[in-house]
Design a protein around this ligand. Sequence first.
Ligand code: ZN
Ligand code: ZN
Length: 138
Amino acid sequence: MHSHAMLTGGCRCGGVRYRATGAPEFQGLCHCRDCQRLSGGGHVGFLCFPSDAVAVEGETILRKGIGGSGRGERRYCPTCLSQLFGRSEIIPGKTNIYVGSLDDNTQFRPSFAIFVRSRPPWDTSSAELQCFETLPGQ
Ligand SMILES: [Zn+2]
Ligand SMILES: [Zn+2]
């Protein structure tokens, strides 16, 4: 992904749209139980941007206390309930965009996985990635 790139995305119903300017600072998979329950899968993919690089159009609803750390917050479309993006107290000033909401999710290049202690054996999506039991440095 080039430094001048712009990623666009939105929710399932089109009520919320966003654009992220520049390259993501990092891209990874999260296998925490909250990500599993909220996505209905074994993990969620995320792209981390500086929060001021992400512009949002449309109303979202906020849910706090989410994530493997319990210190994250996420935003959803109030109509279709798509999970769009979130922030965490652990990495202040950053916004994680969830890959499923991108218009073109083929550009996703995850390099690591977190909370693999909760990864189910059938989810091999992070087998080739650098893996952390919980978070890096912990
Ligand atoms: Zn929607
Ligand atoms: Zn998670």
